[in-house]
Write a protein that binds this ligand. Sequence first.
Ligand code: GLN
Length: 261
Amino acid sequence: MSDDGLSRRQYLTTVGGSAVALSVAGCMGDGGSGGGQTITAGTAPGFPPFEMKEGGELVGFDIDLLEAVVGQSDYELSGWEEFEFDSLIPALTNDNIDVIAAGMTINEKRDETIDFTDPYYSSDQAIVVRSDGDFSPSELADLADRPIGAQSGTTGEGVVQDELVGDEISESQYNSYGNYVLAIEDLQNGNIDAVVIDVPVARTFAANRPVEVAFVYETGEQFGFGVRTDADELTSSLNDGLATVRENGTYEDLTAEWFGE
Ligand code: GLN
């Protein structure tokens, strides 16, 4: 194979540097004791610092963490495919990808369709507003009769649907976006007055754009990698890999790098 001379890191960097998804077969050069089975990961960029595009390259905490975890296993990561968030579970169940790494919250509804690895990050929901200060809600009731946005298929959307729509706001006041970046841009433009989004991502947007976290709505969510229900071997390899990267300091290095924790 022509890629035998590449280290795993170089190889993954090469793949990660491509604008679109790649699927490269037969990269078993530095595989472990197992058969070096290849897997493809799926994510939804626009969710910083978990996954985003920088200079055309897919980067982020989820990218580095999954690559480190898979690096501990007998599997080989052949590359990343990009989707809108609400297409990730169908892509997994249709065998287009083998694992989801997308800041995806483990919850009962999703658990009916897919499996999750052990949790690797915790989050609550943030209510984000423009930082000009003329709207400063401190609880959900303060969002009454305001246009609100979230990303389609997310737990943030779930908070809006379950806690606000039909009560504090009308159905038409809820704006669903294919991507959180579009929701934040609409907030900046004044088309909506608040976005409901995971806290670490809200803080990243707030550090880079004229928006701020008005308050946090505690949901106690935990993120896991999504896997097919029939992929028990992969799931347990990923869980072993997660335990190893927590023990060997890699997890701590990555949280320091991406969250400054
Ligand atoms: N954690 C949220 C969810 O699982 C949002 C994830 C995301 O937008 N990537 O729905």
